[in-house]
Design a protein around this ligand. Structure first.
Ligand SMILES: C[S@@+](CC[C@H](N)C(=O)[O-])C[C@H]1O[C@@H](n2cnc3c(N)ncnc32)[C@H](O)[C@@H]1O
Length: 328
């Protein structure tokens, strides 16, 4: 009997992987196949196309096709490789955190532009190292916003909050990886209100929203009185009613606490803006990422009595993506 040998060359693996993902209707299937093969082989893209005839070991080929099968079944590529690039930095991602998106880089751009403008107005050099600045990132997830800003502002100090302890664990590892952990305090919190022993919670074990904490009273902690020069946030902003239309990669694999802001999506912004107004210094800057249709609901929340210099920045698709304002 003639035994047919399987072609395990790089070229053949790429071709077969692409065919499987195309068949499964996976978006950007060629890129996904390349990333998964690079991940398995521990190589870079130049190598992949320089050595198409290289034969891949049987165990690695098996591992590759196992990942292809999982990708075809809907798992995001980033969960299979465990990483995603953001602001030129590599971030660990797990199913506990939102996969950082390219549009969130506009939050970093707007925050840095607004800080530079503040320096210009104060007749100081526009390029600052952030000395003396206190910055908060609300809903930090993987930590991508706080960490990218910490890299750009090497003397600034940060508070990064999240309601999810599992997300905070990932964010801390990312901060350590990028050597900024000593300047970022990570805190389990509902927006800016710490969750846990420091507060007198009327219903132990249940996370309180800021309104109910305020109405039931809480001990004044350092955090309660801490003021910031910049507050940035990419809150959950998808409407639960939009869930059926989401790609399965998102709906079935990313944390729902990171995706859904309520039935409509924009519900968290009111508390976020009220809390930020309480926690910003005069001329402090608020930078918020918006959902694709959030602007009409969110912009009116910036009451003229508290905010000035309100600006909207579109993303590359022309969608109003970042809302920024200054505390009066
Ligand atoms: C859209 S994700 C953003 C993650 C990350 N900042 C980014 O831009 O990729 C929103 C994050 O907010 C967190 N979150 C949701 N509700 C929150 C709340 N009430 N207080 C603090 N964090 C919250 C979620 O756990 C999630 O990590």
């Amino acid at each position: 009997m003639i035994e047919l040998s399987v072609d395990n060359s790089v070229r053949s693996l790429l071709k077969r992987g692409i065919a499987q993902l195309r068949e499964a209707d996976v978006p950007s299937y060629t890129l996904a196949v390349e990333l998964l093969l690079l991940h398995v082989l521990g190589r870079n893209r130049t190598w992949l196309y320089a050595y198409p005839e290289e034969v891949v070991a049987e165990a690695e080929a098996e591992r590759f096709f196992d990942l292809i099968a999982r990708r075809a079944a809907g798992e995001p590529t980033q969960h299979l490789t465990g990483k995603q690039e953001f602001w030129g930095l590599e971030f660990e991602v797990t199913p506990d955190v939102l996969i950082p998106r390219p549009e969130t880089e506009h939050v970093i751009e707007v925050a840095l532009d607004r800080l530079a403008l503040r320096e210009l107005r104060a007749n100081r050099p526009q390029k600052s190292d952030g000395a003396g600045l206190q910055i908060a990132d609300i809903g930090t997830g993987s930590g991508c916003i706080a960490i990218a800003l910490a890299k750009e502002l090497p003397a600034a100090n940060f508070l990064a909050t999240d309601i999810s302890p599992a997300a905070l664990a990932v964010a801390k590892r990312n901060a350590t990886r990028h050597k900024v952990a000593d300047r970022i305090e990570f805190s389990e919190a509902n927006l800016l209100s710490p969750v846990g022993a420091q507060h007198v919670a009327p219903h132990p074990g249940k996370i309180q929203n800021s309104a109910s904490l305020a109405s039931h009273g809480s001990r004044i902690t350092d955090r309660d009185s801490r003021l910031f020069d910049l507050i940035a946030s990419n809150p959950p902003y998808i409407g639960r009613r939009e869930a059926p239309a989401l790609p399965r990669e998102v709906r079935d694999h990313e944390p729902h606490a990171a995706l859904f802001g309520g039935e409509e999506g924009y519900e968290l912004y009111a508390d976020l803006i009220t809390e930020s107004a309480k926690h910003l210094n005069p001329s402090g800057i608020l930078v918020l990422e918006l959902g694709h249709n959030s602007l009409p609901a969110v912009q009116p929340l910036l009451a003229a009595s508290a905010w000035t210099n309100i600006g909207v920045t579109n993303d590359l698709a022309g969608i109003p993506r970042v809302l920024a304002a200054e505390r009066l």
